[in-house]
Design a protein around this ligand. Structure first.
Ligand SMILES: O=C(O)CCC(=O)C(=O)O
Ligand SMILES: [Fe+2]
Length: 336
């Protein structure tokens, strides 16, 4: 808690523990490249499905526009997210300590702060979202509109998430409802905050990683920072007003039996602007079994991954992530 970047960054140069080895620092981007933008408001559903499938196969990441979430809902959410991160460290601690089971908390860098070799220039507010009546009582009450605004925002994002998952399920050739029960019903929100950084060339807001989720719907602010790794090159994800960045998570690789992969991505910092983003993730419940969809497995297509619970996956993900500089290359093979 006392480590939150936002509590001390103003008076300091970049501490040594944030200085990454040269090979992990921000570098050249692949010129002129960008990730696909899918118009969810288009009439031709087959065309939308095709675009989502291709973007998922090629990049594991795409932006969506005309997704149906009103711009005022997005604006209000972004403003309470910013207001929360502008609170004092003491207020942040009070506002996130309402649940003894810690379904709501703040942290900095990664979940492995105590053991990681290097830190990242990011604070995060995390909480569960579904079922709302179970979790909303543990959400912050400062700023005063946080609960009301974020309840509306997360309900809208849940719809967008399931609509995209339905397209992906159809594209894969599995039941369109494949993700709509346990696999996506554990929804969480992670509000990232990257204060201005004294030396963006030496550090990152978040190291290269795949999200430990099924799918992530990110509200990027108007400040650049997100980059995706494809064909050994980094591609910048240009902020588009009111768009969401959809990222396939690491679990998609298992569920699709290797047909789709989670996108590897990272976040760069900048020296004069605050950047606030919000990752709304659709996850399985702790005890849910993650395994290749049955419809994708037969005698000529054997299961490439064993089944295991989401809880086991998270334990392994975090253990793997405490080695190396970033979150590691987790899930290039079967977790054992
Ligand atoms: O802040 C961003 O642009 C991306 C954040 C991210 O990668 C994450 O929350 O997993
Ligand atoms: Fe991520």
């Amino acid at each position: 808690m006392e480590h939150l970047v936002s509590s001390w960054y103003n008076d300091r140069s970049l501490p040594e523990s944030y200085i990454l080895p040269p090979e992990d620092r921000p570098g050249m981007l692949s010129p002129g490249k960008n990730i696909p933008v899918v118009d969810l408001g288009a009439h031709d559903q087959t065309d939308i499905l095709q675009q989502i499938l291709e973007a998922s196969q090629e990049f594991g990441m795409f932006q969506v526009i005309n997704h149906g979430v009103p711009s005022n809902v997005i604006d209000e959410a972004m403003s309470v997210f910013k207001e929360f991160h502008a609170l004092s460290a003491e207020d942040k601690a009070i506002e996130t300590s309402k649940d003894p089971n810690k379904s709501c908390y703040v942290y900095t860098s990664t979940h492995n702060y105590a053991t990681e070799k290097f830190h990242f220039w990011r604070d995060g507010l995390f909480h569960h979202c579904n079922p709302l009546e179970k979790y909303i009582q543990f959400w912050p009450e400062k700023p005063p509109k946080y609960r009301e605004v974020v309840a509306i925002y997360t309900a809208a994002l849940r719809k967008v998430g399931f609509r995209i998952l339905e397209f992906i399920a159809q594209g894969l050739g599995v039941n369109p409802d494949h993700f709509s029960s346990e696999l996506g019903e554990n929804q969480t929100l992670l509000v990232n905050h990257y204060p201005p950084c004294p030396d963006p060339s030496l550090t990152l807001g978040l190291g290269k990683h795949r999200d430990p989720v099924v799918i992530n719907i990110l509200l990027q602010s108007d400040v650049y920072g997100l980059e995706v790794f494809k064909d050994e090159e980094w591609i910048g994800v240009e902020p588009i007003p009111y768009a969401f960045v959809v990222t396939l998570g690491a679990l998609m690789r298992i569920i699709s039996n290797g047909k789709l992969k989670g996108a590897e991505h990272r976040v760069v910092t900048n020296s004069n602007l605050v950047r606030t983003t919000a990752s709304f993730a659709l996850n399985p419940f702790n005890e849910t079994l993650i395994e290749p969809a049955k419809a994708l497995v037969d005698a000529s297509n054997p299961a490439l991954y064993k089944s295991f619970s989401y809880k086991d996956f998270i334990i392994k993900y975090r253990a793997a992530a405490s080695y190396g500089t970033a979150f590691g290359e987790f899930l290039s093979g079967t977790p054992d």
